[in-house]
Design a protein around this ligand. Structure first.
Ligand code: BTN
Length: 275
């Protein structure tokens, strides 16, 4: 039994574009390294563990399999779906990685939106963002982002975790139906996806550190999947999404006036049956 669950198929090493990514990123990120793990519990957890032991140099950590991936609001991130029929064990059906780096923006508000803008735009123009940072294709989730931060010996450190469905996947274990990148780019694989996303993401994070959410506001608005739609908030309020404000908080017009939602612990859904 190989690691994908298919009997008698030897797993061929995946060719990750570590060098190309390093060459693109290292000039602007001193001390940057790339590591690939065949298997790990969670790339975010690993970088947070390292940060707690003082390892704060910029790093990209990629995992071919993630056994305990974490999502926002304490959810799981399941990326270990089986490879589609006909593949031979040398592909990763999902891309999971975390970028860890010291980061000290004047204001952290809107970082997750800026990351979402960068990842979506580096992948395909048909992708949209569901506040705060899910990436959607036609109202189905294609990618998720989990950002964790901490202060270690006086250095602020951020771990930006990204999970992208690359190849077709079923809805098992998911609360909403998934989308995958190969729907838009049939020949794409996880390695190519990584190379498309990471250099632009590093650049976006540096722009955010220097200038905050401002440079991303219009770009977010152009991709906003909720704008003008009826939404339901997790605490039960209904309203109409009206875009985001200057620091990336979601504006929702409700029966009792405009609500500004800045907590990423509030989840927002388009209301069923309404546009
Ligand atoms: C969400 O949609 O709730 C966020 C999902 C984030 C998943 C990624 S996969 C790589 C990194 N490691 C994790 O454990 N989570 C993030």
């Amino acid at each position: 039994m190989n690691v994908t669950g298919s009997p008698h198929v030897a797993r061929v090493p995946i060719r990750w574009p570590s060098e190309a990514i390093w060459e693109a990123v290292a000039p602007s990120l001193d001390g940057f390294t790339v590591e690939v793990f065949p298997q790990i519990d969670s790339t975010n957890s690993e970088l947070m563990r390292r940060a707690r032991t003082g390892q704060l140099a910029p790093i990209l950590l990629v995992a071919e399999r993630q056994m305990a991936g974490r999502g926002r609001m304490g959810r799981q991130w399941i990326s270990d779906h089986l490879e589609p029929a006909g593949h031979t064990g040398n592909i990763a059906p999902s891309l999971v990685f975390s970028l860890g780096l010291p980061l000290s923006p004047a204001d952290w508000s809107g970082l997750s939106l800026a990351v979402g803008v960068s990842v979506a735009q580096s992948l395909h123009p048909d992708l949209r963002l569901k506040w705060p940072n899910d990436i959607w294709l036609q109202d189905r989730k294609l990618a998720g982002i989990l950002i964790e931060t901490g202060s270690f010996d006086g250095t602020r450190y951020a771990v930006i975790g990204v999970g992208i469905n690359v190849l077709e996947r079923g809805a098992q274990g998911l609360s909403t139906p998934p989308a995958w990148l190969a729907e838009l780019l049939p020949d794409i694989n996880a390695s190519q996806t990584l190379l498309r996303v990471v250099p632009q993401l590093v650049n976006a994070v540096k722009v955010f550190e220097a200038q905050g959410f401002g440079p991303f506001r219009q770009r977010f608005a152009a991709l906003d999947a909720l704008a003008g739609r009826s939404v339901t908030l997790s605490e039960g309020t209904f309203g109409t999404a009206q875009g985001v404000d200057a620091i990336g908080a979601l504006l929702v017009h409700t029966s009792v006036g405009m609500k500004t939602i800045s907590s990423s612990e509030v989840s927002v859904r388009p209301s069923p049956g309404k546009s």
